[in-house]
Design a protein around this ligand. Structure first.
Ligand code: F6P
Length: 360
């Protein structure tokens, strides 16, 4: 009999519940117990936040977005900022307490579902002796070691649907619509949804853009009697010689909060071309809703594969999709670098060939 702990960390992504479903079922078939830790590691800081998961608890959740366990992208257990009564912020390390509770509960393995940040934390716990299996999650699809992360396909579908809808209103008003989508250092969502959703311009973090080139494309549309344009901008896109546009940080959050580049691009377009221009931020809509069939299946496969890795005692690994096959990669490899859009890929060539401007 094994006792497994499962957690979901970082920003939520459609498919998290499907992983939990698969883990609980695969463990049940083996006669193992599963406990969910609420909000990342909170269950190991306060044992009341641990929830025993029976198959009844996960009934039907594979099709539901979000995570029944809750998640957080604040408070790295190795350096958690805590505000004292005097309003001063102190950084504390609660990792030893987490390790003590993990052992006290008699857990054999922690299945950590997360993106780069959460998997890095899981890797540090592995270094302290916690048997860990990682499951790659992020709508940004920016983990190098796996062909795909779950959540990405759903985010692209949501963004593409939004672009489809914006076409009619942009056309009715002869407007430029600028849509900011998620994607911090990688423009996967922008590229996939932009190509599929008929964008005129796609701006990626991988290609610093020139506003002159963007405005030229918009004016060129007019010459071809297309009096509207759709511009898709990844939140991490950067104008040539500039830097990312970020918002004010939040206590306990290590990553920069990005946002605002869409509005900035819209203002520049308005000033240069005189066109009626509007911008919108698609934001967290991209993280919500029911996972697509692709994400659901991938998440279920990841969950089942994670349990097989526990059985094989292949700790310190992350399940990964490699050349369409389910595999495992060392966590250390998985967190090494971010997966960027390959500028020599056929998708980028396709964008250019069908007349999409990439701001180059
Ligand atoms: O990493 C996933 C992600 O959705 C990023 O694309 C985005 O920058 C960030 O999370 C937003 O985080 P929050 O939910 O804290 O606003």
């Amino acid at each position: 009999m094994k006792k497994i702990m499962i957690s979901t960390g970082g920003g939520d992504a459609p498919g998290l519940n499907a992983v939990i479903y698969a883990v609980v079922h695969a463990c049940y078939r083996r006669g193992w117990e599963v406990y969910g830790s609420r909000s990342g590691y909170r269950g190991l800081l306060d044992l009341d936040e641990l929830q025993r998961l029976h198959i009844e608890d996960v009934e039907g959740i594979y099709s539901i977005g979000g995570t029944i366990l809750g998640s957080t992208n604040k408070g790295n257990p190795f350096s958690t900022p805590v505000e004292n009564l005097a309003g001063e912020v102190q950084v504390v390390d609660v990792s030893d307490k987490i390790m003590r509770n993990f052992r006290r509960m008699g857990f054999d393995c922690h299945i950590a579902i997360g993106g780069d940040g959460s998997l890095e934390i899981a890797h540090r716990f592995a270094g302290k002796g916690m048997p860990v299996i990682g499951v790659p999650k992020t709508i940004d699809n920016d983990l190098e070691a796996t062909d795909r992360t779950f959540g990405f396909d759903t985010a692209v579908a949501t963004a593409t649907e939004a672009l489809d809808k914006l076409h009619s209103t942009a056309k009715s008003h002869d407007r430029v619509m600028v849509v900011e989508v998620m994607g911090r250092e990688s423009g996967w969502i922008a590229l996939y949804s932009g190509i599929s959703g008929g964008a005129d311009v796609i701006l990626l973090p991988e290609i610093p853009f020139s506003m002159d080139v963007v405005c030229e494309k918009i004016s060129d549309n007019e010459l071809h009697e297309k009096n509207y344009s759709i511009v898709v901008v990844a939140e991490g896109a950067i104008v040539k010689g500039g830097s990312v546009i970020a918002r004010e940080g939040e206590l306990g959050r290590e990553e920069m909060l990005l946002g605002g580049v869409g509005e900035w691009v819209a203002n520049e377009i308005r000033q240069s071309t005189g066109k009626d221009t509007r911008s919108l931020v698609l934001g967290h809509l991209q993280r919500g809703g029911s996972p697509t069939t692709f994400d659901r299946l991938l998440a279920l496969r990841f969950g089942a594969a994670a349990v097989r890795l526990v059985e094989e005692e292949k700790f310190g690994h992350m399940v990964a999709l490699v050349n369409s096959h389910m595999g495992a990669v060392p966590l250390e490899e998985a967190i090494k670098s971010r997966k960027k859009v390959n500028l020599q890929s056929d998708k980028v060539f396709t964008a250019r060939e069908i007349g999409i401007c990439l701001g180059e």
